[in-house]
Each structure stands twice: as C-alpha cells, then as structure tokens.
Design a protein around this ligand. Structure first.
Ligand code: IMP
Length: 495
C-alpha cells in the first residue's frame, strides 16, 4: 500500500479567482509597489530584491544575455541557462553584469586620422561622435559631424578640426549616470567623455541614453550599480561551473533540477554554501512541504515550486510525477509561513511552470509566491535567443524544453535519464519586444491588487481571498452566448 493516497484532485492556478477586498485611495494603480524578495541573503541581513516579480526561465530558448539585460532593466531578472559549456554560460553572465546602461565603450580615432576616413567610419557604423586619443588611450579631443565639412576639410587630420580636450566638459571616474547627467545638462555637447584620474578615456555617455535610462526607473542593480543576474547550475558539474559563475559575479545561483528533493541537490547546495558563503542559493524544484523543508535545511535561501506544469513539459505523462501548481504552492507557502512564525526567517517562493496569463501570475502571487518564473511568456519576445520566423502566415519563435532532444544535444544534464525525453519542441506566437509586453502584464497585476485592497505584494499575501471556481463559472467568465460579427478577426490571445 502506498504511504499516502490523496483522492483530492490537485488544482491549477486557472481554477481560482480572487475575491475583491476594500479598495482605498492608497490602492490606486500608480501607487502599487511590485517590489519583492528573490532570495534571502545568507548572512541574514535581508533579501536580494527585485522591483517586479518576474523571472525568465533557465532555458536555452529563453534566457540569454539579451534577455538578462532587458529584463533587469525592467525590474525583473533572467536565470541564465546551464545547458551549455561553463565558459559560455560565464560569458553570458559577465555580459549582463558588464552592461553599463548608458556607458558606451566608444570607437576612437587618432589625431592623425584624415577627416574623410572618420566620416567613412561614421557612415558604416551609424554614429558620428568619436573621441580622439593618443597611442596610450589619453583623451585629446572629440570630433563630431558638426565639426567638419567633408568637401572642405576631408584631407585634414582630425587634430585640425576636433574640439580639443581643454574645451571639453569631461567626467572624471564617474560611475553613476546621475552624476554624468548633471554635467551633461550643463554642457553644450550631446556626449560626455568619462576619463580616469590620468585622463585615459573610459566611456562616453550620451544625452539620449540618459533619457532611455530614466525611462527604466525600476531597473534592478547591485551595490556597484550593475544589473542583476542569476545563473542556473546542474547537480553534476557544479564543482567546475559554480566557481566560473561566481567569478563572472552572478548575484544568485539557482540549482536547476526537475526534482530537487534529492541528495544530489543537497550535495550541490552544501558545496555552494561551503565554498561561497556569501551567495544566495535558490533550490528546486519541489512540490511538497517535505521537499521545501528539506531544501531549507540543506541551505537554500529561496525555493522554486512546480513540477509537470510547464507548457513544453511531458514529465507527468512520461514519469507520472507532478502536481497542479496551485496545490503545490498552497502547501509549500503554508510550510514557509510556519517556518517564519517559528524562526523569523522568510524564504521567498518562486512559482514555476505553466503560468500562462497575468491572471495566473496574480493568483500565484496571492497564494504566497514572491515571484513567478516564466518560459513560454518570455520565449515569445524579441529578446529570447531564437530567431523569429513565419509559419502558416503567422510570426512565431521556436520554443523547446530543456528536456527535449534539441536541448540535450547541448549535453544538458537536468533531465539525465537518457532513455526518454521530458520536454517537447514547438513554436510560440511572436509577441514583440519585452518593453511593450511587460507594462501591459504589470498593469493587469496591479489592477487585480488594487481590487484586492493591496498596495504591495506583502499586503496581497495578507489580504487576498481566493476561491476555487467550477468549470461552469470559468465558462461564465469568458465571452459567451453572443454571436460575434462573422468577419471580425479572432479575439486576441490575452496574456
Ligand atoms: P512555461 O512557463 O510553462 O513554459 O514553463 C517553464 C518551466 O518549465 C521552466 O522554468 C522549467 O521549470 C520547466 N521546464 C523546462 N524545460 C522542461 C522540459 O523539457 N520538461 C519539463 N519541464 C521543463
């Protein structure tokens, strides 16, 4: 006889609805904060925070450096996938960490370069501001398209037409865009060279990039003002992988197992915690309170919940393991809250797999998740690694599971059974750039929170009232019993 047989069906997020609470003026959508903890800091000094509760999944088809940069600039974070070589993954993490929004490493010219060559360079590169440096990289001046007439000055050396260093506004050792902005606003130039204490050129900062930066007020930065990046590791080559990712300065490590309730996961977490005691560790995936307690006792600082629900996932069919995400979240969040009552520790929960709409996201958050991890949602966007293509008159992007044959060609070890696949390969409708999708999703999450009388995700956890709905009420909640105009385009898919 089995240890436990439950005859209660496990539930998915789509089976729940939120009941509204009292909405006060302070719950207006503009005032709602989506700031949320991603993981505990190991020294107990607080939590690594995100400004929006969205994480892109650790998958080849989802989270490369482009996603990492774009999502961190929106306030979330990408989990850079580990189904690739250690060096390639470390390079991706370093790319996110070294991206200095607004700080451009400029193409330079020498003082003897003829103006016509500078002009040609500008035409081919698509920009026209060039710092002029000597052979040691010391800044001598700046030449822009306004400083010469090609016909008249084309044969002259740059030194004859450049704005000399003595007439330039320059930032010395500036790390912060706000400081650069202050100087730029006072200067008459569109670009500001940043030099070190010896006048060696470091970067250029442009007025237009500062505007772009202030358009992203939620971007998540580390203490040195660099974008946050999370890296996944498997439970096999972690002894080689983790050191490289720490050197690349990943902000947290996620141990990526389809079933994290295992000694392999425990050994991996203990290795990371022992060797790198300062780095937050995300454990997972688990779907029971027992699995949650096991990971926390093993040393995890956040726990990822979900098994068998991913859009590309065939684990339930292949292995018969899995659980509806709502049931898993309810049980695990309850265990997390009890741990907090007993110890004061708050372990953030990440809901992962099968989260389709913003309605699913807010239900997961209301149930107690602090963030949601999304694969399919982000795979549809410009910033995911695959190229978009036309298929049957619609624009799509390829999307495949980490347990699909395509990912395994990269020697992924997450789904290591070898003899069968746990994921499929398919396509998702192309959805455009991240920056035009995320605001729409967040607006819906904020609107739900406002209805629930919650000005923050912590308040949503405290105030939310959820109700299981019947298949008939789900039907009732959709457009029904009316005739749609025959030639109308099909209703858009809402996310
Ligand atoms: P989605 O957001 O529904 O597309 O689910 C993404 C999640 O599915 C990931 O974060 C993983 O937890 C999980 N996943 C990724 N690849 C596979 C696979 O091949 N089989 C099963 N689950 C997968």
């Amino acid at each position: 006889m089995a240890r436990k047989i439950s005859t209660e069906p496990s539930r998915t997020l789509a089976e729940f609805r939120l009941l509204p609470g009292l909405t006060l003026r302070r719950h207006s959508i503009e005032q709602i904060s989506l700031t949320t903890p991603l993981a505990e800091f190991p020294d107990g000094s607080g939590h690594l925070m995100l400004n929006i509760p969205l994480i892109s999944a650790a998958m080849q088809a989802v989270s490369g450096p482009r996603m990492g940069i774009a999502l961190a600039r929106q306030g979330g974070v990408a989990c850079i996938f580990c189904s690739q070589s250690v060096q390639d993954q470390a390079r991706m993490v370093a790319k996110v960490k070294n991206h200095k929004a607004g700080f451009v490493q400029p193409r330079t010219v020498s003082p003897s370069t003829p103006i016509h060559q500078v002009h040609q360079l500008g035409e081919s590169l698509g920009f026209s501001t060039f710092p002029v440096v000597d052979s040691h990289g010391t800044l001598l001046g700046l030449v822009t398209r306004n400083d010469y007439d090609l016909g008249r000055h084309g044969q002259l050396p740059v030194s004859e037409r450049m704005i000399p260093r003595s007439s330039l506004s320059v930032g010395i050792d500036i790390q912060d865009l706000r400081q650069a902005n202050d100087i730029l606003l006072e200067s008459h130039h569109s670009g500001l060279p940043i030099v070190d204490g010896n006048d060696k050129l470091l970067y250029l900062v442009f007025k237009k990039d500062i505007r772009n930066h202030t358009d992203n007020p939620l971007e998540v930065l580390d203490s040195r003002k660099r974008l946050l990046s999370v890296a996944a590791v498997n439970t096999h080559d972690y002894r080689q992988r983790v050191p490289a990712l720490v050197r690349a300065e990943a902000d947290a490590i996620a141990v990526d197992s389809s079933d994290g309730h295992s000694v392999y996961q425990q050994e991996t977490i203990r290795f990371i915690a022992g060797e790198y005691p300062g780095i937050p560790i995300i454990g997972g995936n688990i779907i029971t309170a027992e699995g949650f307690r096991f990971l926390v006792e093993s040393g995890a600082h956040a726990v990822k919940v979900g098994m068998g629900g991913g859009s590309i996932c065939i684990t339930q069919e292949q292995k018969g393991t899995g659980r509806g995400l709502a049931t898993a979240l309810m049980e695990v969040c309850d265990a997390r809250d009890r741990l907090r009552e007993r110890t004061g520790r708050y372990i953030p929960i990440i809901a992962d797999g099968g989260i389709v709409t913003s309605k699913d996201m807010v239900v997961a958050l209301a149930m107690g998740a602090d963030t949601v991890m999304l694969g399919r949602y982000f795979a549809r966007m410009d910033e995911s690694p695959p190229q978009k293509l036309m298929m049957d008159n619609r624009m799509v992007k390829p999307y495949w599971g980490e347990g699909a044959a395509r990912a395994r060609q990269w020697k992924t070890l997450r789904y290591r059974h070898g003899s069968f696949e746990e994921g499929v390969e398919g396509f998702v409708d192309y959805a455009g750039p991240l920056a035009s999708n995320i605001p729409r999703t967040l607006a819906k999450i904020r609107a739900s929170m406002s209805s629930c009388g919650a000005a923050s995700l912590a308040q949503l956890h405290d105030h939310a009232q959820l109700e299981l709905v019947s298949p008939l009420s789900i039907r009732e909640g959709k457009v029904h019993d009316i005739l749609m105009p025959p030639n109308d385009p099909p209703l858009p898919v809402l996310h």
